[in-house]
Design a binder for this molecule. Structure first.
Ligand SMILES: [Zn+2]
Length: 477
């Protein structure tokens, strides 16, 4: 941003008249306390104990399942045990999807079973299973370009191979093959859909589940992911150039509506209780693992950060609000319900972001804030720098998966990017279990969240949240 050459007098006149506001700043005492919080968090195992508690006592918690209620009860009890001032829930209603069983096999020319997992919102196959010839595409674009006649009545298979990356950008296309692919195949008349799992584990015979883009059940077709080695096997069979028939036998589908809830805990602000720093993660998980990295870790990071701030001798100036979101996995249901309910109060949201990218260390921070808050963001960056977090001032901040919806309503937001190099080896699989969480790396995340949340809560001034403030391009600069 370019600064105009105001004289001191003119600037103070404008300030007094309210035409311009002073730059947001974080007082030196708050910076010092944030540094102490950061250093304390690095030697504190609260975060790890929370994710161990959730994954052991509740385990997998598919949205709408019997474990959904147990997870909410767990979160309410955990917030209370951690000393939060206020604990409450807000209802979230969504279609319930259930998985009962899933099998697949090559029927011809080389009969043998395949390891698959059904995808979210997939309907089941007819009794006795669905057998059809497989038609293979290398990419989503190839499927988009396909003549419907080549697809009709067949099982479409897309063999896109997701690439490993620290920032996880390979998941952009990997998840598109899973969400958009089945919808495109169904529109062209396909009988079923298979993809090579959107995962970076090339050698694990474990399939990665995840949601599809099916929203109209009348247009949905059975859809499943093959493990990477099974995708290799299917491709070898296809390479013989003879018709390959696969049988899908999925027992899954929609089962009415369900009302769950976002679970919220607050450390109440001393001076401005109505103004909130919002952090969180999502409480639901897929059903195959125990939801340790997705997203028990995120819930634990936010809960532990709030707890450490609550342990200070004095409450922060503003409220720290920790949100454990409902049903992120099947389409951001808790996130969207939250943003719809609280859109009118978006100006009260000081700054926010949630954690939903595993338990690897945070290595990059970016922000979408008003220009006059950039100096305060740089102050936060200075406190996070010793943790190995680099500030990228050119990149916007998105607020994480769930708080992205509040950011879209106008909430000033950070992005705290975690190292996702290994994340997609385990993401949405039976291998998403607690052993993948490194206690020290989790503590680094807690240190980041505790320090930034506290500084945002103590800032003199705001970060630019207002209705529609960041609607256009993710930043108002
Ligand atoms: Zn997640």
């Amino acid at each position: 941003m370019r600064r105009l050459p105001f004289t001191l007098l003119a600037a103070s006149l404008l300030l007094a008249s309210g035409i311009v506001s002073a730059a947001t700043a974080i007082p030196a005492t708050a910076v010092k306390t944030a540094e102490q919080l950061r250093d304390r968090a690095l030697h504190d195992d609260t975060g790890y104990r929370i994710v161990a508690s959730l994954t052991t006592e509740v385990g997998a918690r598919l949205a709408g399942s019997e474990a959904d209620q147990r997870a909410r009860d767990w979160a309410v009890a955990k917030f209370r045990a951690l000393g939060y001032d206020k604990v409450y829930t807000e209802a979230v209603t969504y279609p319930k999807w259930v998985r009962r069983s899933e099998h697949a096999a090559i029927v011809a020319p080389f009969p043998q079973p395949l390891v698959v997992t059904a995808l979210g919102y997939s309907p089941g196959t007819p009794a006795g299973g669905l057998s059809a010839q497989v038609v293979k595409f290398d990419s989503l674009d190839a499927l988009k370009a396909a003549d419907p006649a080549s697809v009709k009545g067949r099982i479409v298979y897309v063999g896109y191979r997701m690439q490993r990356a620290k920032d996880g950008h390979g998941y952009g296309m990997g998840s598109a093959v899973r969400t958009a692919g089945p919808v495109i195949a169904a529109a062209k008349g396909a009988a079923g859909y298979l993809l090579r799992s959107a995962g970076t584990d090339a050698h694990e015979r474990i399939a990665h589940t995840g949601v599809t883009g099916f929203r109209d059940p009348s247009k949905a077709i059975p859809a499943a992911a093959l493990s990477n080695p099974d995708a290799d096997q299917l491709e070898r069979a296809l390479a013989y150039g003879k018709p390959v028939t696969v049988k899908l036998d999925l027992d899954c589908g929609l089962d009415g509506e369900y009302t769950g809830a976002n679970v919220i805990g607050e450390i109440t602000g001393r001076k401005h209780p109505e103004q909130v720093v919002a952090i969180g993660g999502h409480l639901d998980s897929w059903d195959l693992g125990t939801g340790a990295i997705d997203d028990g870790a995120g819930v634990a990071i936010a809960m532990a950060a709030g707890k450490l701030i609550g342990d200070l001798p004095q409450r922060p100036d503003r409220t720290i609000r920790v949100i454990a979101f409902a049903n992120e996995e099947m389409g951001l249901w808790g996130s969207r319900a939250y943003a719809d309910k609280h859109a009118a109060e978006v100006g009260q949201f000081q700054l926010g972001t949630d954690s939903d990218f595993g338990a690897g260390p945070v290595w990059r921070m970016s922000a979408s804030v008003k220009p006059d808050a950039r100096a305060a963001i740089a102050q936060i960056a200075n406190v996070l720098a010793p943790l190995g977090v680099a500030y990228d001032a050119k990149r916007p901040g998105g607020g994480g998966s769930d708080l992205s919806q509040m950011h879209a309503k106008g909430m000033a937001a950070l992005s705290l990017t975690q190292d996702g190099t290994k994340y997609f080896d385990w993401h949405h699989t039976a291998n998403d279990t607690l052993d993948k969480v490194d206690p020290q790396e989790l503590a680094q995340n807690v240190a980041v969240y505790a320090a930034f949340s506290y500084m945002a809560a103590q800032a003199d001034g705001d970060f630019g949240s207002a209705p529609g403030a960041f609607a256009k391009d993710g930043t108002n600069e």
